[in-house]
Design a protein around this ligand. Structure first.
Ligand code: 7PM
Length: 291
């Protein structure tokens, strides 16, 4: 049976948190760099060089491990990453969205800032639009609202190429909350419903370690905005900096952070490590319900 969207009237603030598995289809993603790319002569590689079958297997594994949402991203937000053309992003993302929609029982999230990709993704079966630029690019707001899909707004200070240079805040929790509050107002003025909107403090996006730690420690302050809260911390530098470990050794730190986020009110946890995170989220939620 096809899963109905968990973001509809059935899924309310207070319900068990969901795990979102990351499926990056960029050739240079920092943790799974180029896994789904083969030479363009390979039998199942499409015109963008993406190997759809390999990507589908990875998506299926994550669904089997308990991911309810699969987040498909075709643009690298890595600091200094090469910009991707609209056509390249469409070629990478849309065939995969179609394939996952046909084959798997999950909600498909599309990580994009591009209006044309939002429209095509919605038509191809996406169930969530996730934009690290909070629908501020040309035409994105209109495309997002017209899709009627759930929308994730994320805070970022600056642009990926420069955001980690010297981010400054006087009060990071207040400033992130104010930004998200303003973007919620803009989306609602453009015709979105508050229940449709998820908010994300954007760990690692224009934030140094103390900023990231303060945002997690005070995540519950986002409750005042009355939207579901999404967090993504898996494998990020905030783990690397505390533990002094490279990306390949950040699983345990990421699981710890996911548990804390759920205790502090996260509704969706975005992760590269689905099986471990599903268990952590369930344990944390059980404790939260008893508190
Ligand atoms: C380089 C830096 C490569 C950061 C990849 C990343 C989030 C997201 C990403 C997040 C939401 C990664 C990130 N992170 N969308 N997309 N929230 N909503 O770790 O934290 O995959 S990309």
């Amino acid at each position: 049976m096809k899963l109905s969207s968990p973001f509809g009237t059935k899924w309310q603030i207070g319900d068990a948190p969901l795990v979102m598995g990351v499926l990056n289809v960029t050739p240079d993603s920092f943790s799974d760099g180029g896994r789904y790319f083969r030479s363009s002569t390979a039998a199942s590689a499409n015109s963008s060089g993406l190997n759809l079958d390999v990507a589908l297997v990875a998506a299926r594994d994550m669904v089997d491990e308990g991911a309810i949402i699969i987040d498909v991203g075709g643009e690298s937000t890595r600091p200094g990453a090469k910009p991707v053309s609209e056509q390249q992003e469409l070629d990478r993302v849309i065939p995969l969205v179609e394939k996952i929609a046909a084959e798997l029982d999950c909600v498909i999230s599309v990580d994009t800032s591009t209006a044309a990709v939002m429209r095509a993704a919605a038509a191809a079966g996406a169930g969530l639009l996730n934009d690290v630029r909070s629908f501020q690019c040309d035409g994105a707001l209109e495309a997002a609202v017209a899709s009627r899909l759930p929308l994730c707004l994320m805070h970022m200070l600056g642009e990926p190429s420069t955001m980690q240079a010297d981010p400054q805040y006087s009060n990071v929790v207040e400033e992130v909350t104010d930004f998200l509050d303003q973007r919620i107002a803009v989306l609602c003025a453009a015709g979105a419903q508050r229940e449709q909107i998820m908010i994300d403090p954007g760990f690692g996006f224009g934030k140094l370690l103390p900023h990231n730690l303060q945002l997690l420690a005070h995540l519950d302050q986002l409750d005042s905005l009355q939207c579901k809260i999404l967090v993504g911390m898996s494998r990020k530098s905030m783990i690397g900096q505390v533990l002094d470990k490279p990306v390949a050794e950040r699983l345990h730190g990421g699981v710890a952070l996911a548990s804390i986020a759920v205790m502090r009110g996260a509704h969706v946890v975005r992760t590269h490590d689905v099986a471990a995170t599903v268990d952590a989220v369930k344990m944390a939620y059980a404790v939260k319900c008893a508190s």
